[in-house]
Design a protein around this ligand. Structure first.
Ligand code: ADP
Length: 535
């Protein structure tokens, strides 16, 4: 067989050649704009030419501080297209972490959204390697004291629209870079290659995984600064799928509006986004009948949410699991063909698990005594390997703990059932150890969120002199709903062993979240501690 390198430029060249009429619908600061893949292809070549003229070297990193829009998509292709690396930076991290990330990656340039530019103004003098900033604006450049600032449209204008991507790129060259949002210490960098990105795109497209297709209209709500919007922009461009980019500071109303007006068929994001969308759908009526999958990952999808989407709105839900280190797609939760006739409750229960491994990857679940039995009970850490799983962190000693003997140690504890379906029980560090036994905070959270008065719930441990640790539930109620500690505990009682029941229920206005909308347990533990100290 021929040995063909798997290269990112081939994805956009395919869209240009076979799907030049298909569209990218992009919401920017000034409104919604529509581009064809023909136009995006030409603009990307202009950008690639300008980056080459500017002197971005092979392997050089260029940072982006941007929302989901067409210009960000052009950078996704132009940078790998000239052999450079698109380094997507999470705009919601602290300024200290952003400075660390940019200096650690030694970014040559930064492309930044107009509304994120104040962040650059606050830290630019701490950036050691950045030679220029390009502001992605539809209008005038901001008046600023930051040196070497260009406007994107002006900058690419004299780039050559027939620029040819170099023909000596190889598939193992670095192409993308994303730092994990650190819960402790500095963020850790993961580098994606051309090969890993193309194979991951194929992984997303398989019928038994997300089944992305040219027939779809996709709206990635998960940010392009977070694990490449789960790889959706690469896979969609490869297939010629219409893409709806929801842009800066979108609201549930904007998302619901796009689903209705653009007839979105697939959308992808974390559970907190879907909770907010459900609230919007409840408050106002929208036509969401075009949706054939709401893809949900990043945190466990509560079963109640899956049911609401499917039973109230007739919208199919697809639960998936992965992490920055896994590009991210690792498992997808679909029923097997012979499980379709199971009782309804059992079907929902299965689909709230994280699912089975996508083809191309391998897994092991290792507990105290080696690999655990597939009995839905024994817990162990999930280990993964495969062609889109990272094998190290970028210039970071911490890789030694996570990447051992060719396997990624995910830090996620799970069980496996007899069908090979994994269920994430917790992150190793969030499991609650009570009297020598483990309690899963995730299981308790999911049960709590199924209570009709509960909007959000998170469970953390408090130190206990007798049991070592005990669970405490932090609960946010739906507006206008009432409940009490006793009532909530009574609701949990039939579902759990007695010693799993939280010792307390604290009602809160809001649960602190990470930059990508997950519960921030570290901050929550501090709040709980303060709550008890006040008493
Ligand atoms: P971070 O930068 O916060 O680590 P990631 O997106 O890489 O961001 O987070 C990956 C982690 O998120 C996983 O290791 C796992 O703990 C959690 N996670 C992702 N998807 C799911 C899911 N479907 N169910 C439960 N946990 C999930």
């Amino acid at each position: 067989m021929m040995k063909g390198d798997l290269l990112i430029p081939s994805l956009i060249e395919r869209a240009e050649k076979f799907f030049p009429k298909k569209e990218v619908i992009s919401r920017t600061g000034s409104g919604v704009q529509r581009f064809t893949y023909g136009e995006i292809g030409r603009r990307t070549r202009q950008l690639a030419d300008k980056l080459t003229q500017f002197g971005i070297p092979r392997g050089g990193r260029v940072g982006t501080l941007a929302w989901n829009h067409h210009r960000h998509l052009e950078l996704y292709f132009a940078l790998p297209g000239i052999g450079a690396v698109v380094h997507t930076i999470n705009i919601r991290l602290s300024p200290e972490h952003i400075v660390y990330i940019i200096n650690h990656a030694e970014d040559e340039m930064i492309f930044v959204d107009e509304d994120v530019f104040p962040l650059v103004e606050a830290v630019y003098d701490k950036l050691k390697t950045v030679k220029a900033f390009v502001v992605m604006t539809d209008g005038e450049l901001p008046d600023t004291k930051v040196p070497n600032v260009y406007s994107y449209e002006e900058w690419i204008k004299d780039g050559d629209p027939s620029f040819q991507y170099p023909d000596d790129l190889t598939e193992d060259m670095p192409a993308g870079m994303c730092f994990t949002s650190a819960t402790t210490g500095n963020p850790k960098g993961v580098v994606y290659t051309h090969r890993s990105t193309v194979l991951h795109s194929m992984g997303l497209s398989m019928a038994d995984s997300v089944a992305l297709s040219e027939y779809d209209t996709i709206m990635p709500v998960v940010p392009m600064f977070h694990v490449n919007a789960w790889g959706m922009p690469y896979a969609s461009t490869m297939l010629g799928t219409n893409q709806v980019m929801p842009g800066p500071r979108f609201t549930p109303e904007i998302l619901a509006g796009f689903i209705e007006s653009e007839k979105v068929t697939i959308t992808a994001g974390v559970p907190t986004i879907w909770m907010a969308l459900l609230k919007e759908l409840e408050a106002k009526s929208y036509d969401v009948s075009s949706l054939r999958a709401v893809v949900c990952g990043g945190s466990a999808a509560p079963m109640g949410m899956i049911k609401t989407f499917e039973q109230t709105y007739n919208v199919p839900f697809l639960h998936a699991y992965g992490m920055t280190e896994t590009s991210p797609l690792a498992t997808v939760s679909r029923l097997k063909s012979y499980e379709l006739d199971l009782p309804e409750e059992e079907r929902f229960k299965k689909r709230a698990k994280q699912g089975i491994l996508v083809p191309g990857l391998e897994m092991k679940v290792v507990g105290g005594g080696g690999e655990v039995a597939w009995n839905d009970e024994d817990m162990g850490e999930l280990l993964l390997r495969g062609p889109w799983i990272a094998d190290d962190y970028y210039k970071d000693d911490r890789g030694e703990e996570a990447f051992v003997d060719g396997w990624l140690h995910t830090g996620d504890v799970c069980t496996v059932d007899e069908e090979g379906v994994i269920k994430i029980v917790d992150r190793t560090k969030d499991l609650i150890k009570s009297g020598g036994e483990w309690i899963s905070s995730v299981d308790l959270e999911n049960a709590l969120m199924a209570h009709e008065a509960v909007f959000e719930a998170s469970v953390v441990s408090i130190p206990d002199p007798e049991w070592q640790e005990r669970p405490v539930a932090c609960v946010v109620l739906h507006e206008g709903k009432m409940s009490t500690k006793e009532e909530i505990l009574d609701f949990l009682r039939p579902q759990f062993a007695k010693w799993w029941l939280p010792d307390d229920v604290i009602f809160m206005e809001e649960i602190p979240k990470t930059s990508v909308g997950k519960f921030l347990k570290r901050a929550l533990r501090d709040q709980v501690k303060a709550h008890y100290e006040k008493q």
